[in-house]
Design a protein around this ligand. Structure first.
Ligand SMILES: Cc1cc2nc3c(=O)[nH]c(=O)nc-3n(C[C@H](O)[C@H](O)[C@H](O)COP(=O)(O)OP(=O)(O)OC[C@H]3O[C@@H](n4cnc5c(N)ncnc54)[C@H](O)[C@@H]3O)c2cc1C
Length: 372
């Protein structure tokens, strides 16, 4: 059988996972990344059992979670710092990790598997017959083009695949802070989500030496969105966290939450994966997990079926449902953000106790990804 060639656009979680999985199945693979180095924004990330299984399948697991704590318990606290819900992950794994560590691990595995990663290479469009056009005007013909170029995907838009793009009411500033001597180590971690009005502070140890902080607020809340973070304002809103907030040094990066749905996940020989296909608000921390699952499963369907458009249609038919479930649940869990504190606390407490809701919320994490 002749070697098939894939051109992948974007070296994030989706593109790099696809690069590993395709190269490991005998494809020649070239990844185009517009940046001058492999970097990721957003400080830390939770990776649950589903994403961890994908990392194992593509040979990046050990390096990705090295030094990361097992985030076994998650607490939610109300405006008066009272614990309103606790979830313990039993019988499945979840790690909170520095994002760059995961990107480095995936890039290393992709390169070892034979993929070529080209930096400073921006793609502008693709056609269903597998022709990729780069910003410098060159074109590349491939058996498969993978659009993994994030939520502002130019490739997706060049193919007219977008069905819905919705900006949500809230967003988040993310950064890392250094651990204090008392916090050092990689013992299992309790992550805590503190609420105050519509604002939230998420505290997550994520490496031997660092803690991931996510400050969530309404997008119209200009004071809370300010970059660099207005530490004095956040201390006023969360007086019980004043020493934690005082440790913030990094400016942080703000992103508004959004939701993307496509008419189809492919057009001819072009597959769209990751945020480009299905950006998900981070309320259950699964955007990266779904990106990696769909990148791996893509390679499995292409392995089973030589005709690329047919393989891509079957891939979408079988894999889209779990991603859409994840989007629905994540959107739903965002609703209480704008509710009065009393109603929100009651709802979150109930959500923590309802077996049905916990099942819906954890379904993606416990999903057995295709190819693992
Ligand atoms: C606040 C917040 C918290 C989150 N927390 C979690 C979490 O805990 N767990 C989780 O699983 N997910 C989480 N997510 C979601 C997760 O960050 C995304 O789903 C994931 O990063 C998507 O990866 P991607 O590879 O599709 O896109 P991206 O990470 O956006 O990567 C796209 C890559 O393509 C490159 N690129 C873009 N355009 C071009 C072009 N034209 N040519 C060449 N290269 C290009 C970019 O430079 C980039 O490197 C969170 C998201 C947010 C906003």
């Amino acid at each position: 059988m002749t070697e098939r060639h894939a051109e992948i656009v974007g070296a994030g979680f989706a593109g790099l996972t696809a690069a590993c999985a395709l190269a490991q199945r005998g494809w020649s693979v070239r990844v185009h990344e517009r940046a001058d180095r492999l970097r990721t924004t957003g400080a830390g990330i939770y990776i649950y059992e589903n994403g961890l299984r994908v990392l194992e399948a593509v040979g990046a697991y050990a390096a990705a979670v090295r030094g990361a704590p097992f985030a076994h318990t998650r607490e939610v606290r109300d405006d008066r710092n009272r614990v309103i819900s606790v979830h313990r992950w039993q019988g499945s794994r979840v790690f909170s990790v520095v994002r760059q560590t995961v990107i480095n691990a995936l890039a290393e595995s992709a390169t070892l598997s034979g993929a070529e990663i080209v930096l400073n290479s921006t793609a502008v469009s693709a056609t269903p017959d597998g022709v990729l056009t780069l910003a410098d005007g060159t074109t590349r013909k491939a058996d498969l083009v993978v659009a993994a170029d994030g939520s502002n995907s130019r490739l997706r838009d060049s193919l007219g695949l977008l069905a819905k793009r919705k900006y949500l009411v809230d967003g988040c500033t993310r950064l890392l802070i250094d651990k204090t001597p008392e916090e050092m180590g990689t013992e299992g971690a309790t992550t805590i989500e503190y609420w105050s009005g519509s604002r939230r502070v998420l505290y997550t140890p994520c490496s031997e030496t660092e803690v991931y902080i996510a400050l969530t607020m309404l997008d119209r809340d200009e004071a809370a969105k300010e970059i660099p973070v207005d530490r004095e304002a956040w201390k006023r809103w969360f007086p019980h966290l004043s020493s934690l907030i005082g440790r913030i040094r990094a400016a942080g990066r703000y992103d508004r939450f959004e939701y993307i749905k496509l008419r189809r996940w492919s057009a001819g020989k072009v597959a769209v994966i990751g945020d480009a296909a299905h950006a998900i608000p981070p309320n259950i921390g699964q955007g990266g997990g779904c990106a990696m699952m769909n990148a791996l499963s893509l390679s499995v369907y292409l392995d089973r079926e030589q005709d690329v458009p047919v393989a891509l249609a079957t891939w979408e038919q079988n894999e889209r449902a779990i991603t859409e479930h994840t989007q629905r649940v994540s959107l739903m869990l965002g609703w209480p953000t704008t509710w009065p504190p009393y109603l929100r606390a009651k709802t979150l407490a109930l959500a923590g106790k309802s077996k049905w809701l916990v099942r819906q919320r954890t379904k993606t994490a416990l999903h057995h990804p295709t190819g693992t």
